[in-house]
Design a protein around this ligand. Structure first.
Ligand SMILES: [Zn+2]
Length: 67
């Protein structure tokens, strides 16, 4: 009865890579992948609270975004 739970993969709202629970910590809709989260929140977080950027970057290439 719960076969809908994992049937669709949600994408990172920032780079649109498919979210992976083990990598990103969530697969829920509306979240960002690890590297996007890291880039956007990293400067505000303690190093020990967040894993390093995953390299090589698994994300699709993206255009530079304006700040
Ligand atoms: Zn992303």
């Amino acid at each position: 009865m719960d076969n809908t739970k994992h049937s669709s993969k949600n994408k990172c709202i920032s780079c649109t890579v498919i979210l992976d629970y083990y990598r990103d910590g969530t697969e829920e809709e509306g979240y960002r992948c690890h590297n996007c989260y890291w880039e956007e929140e990293g400067p505000y977080m303690r190093k020990k609270d967040v894993l390093d950027l995953i390299l090589p970057d698994y994300r699709p290439k993206k255009k530079k975004h304006n700040k």
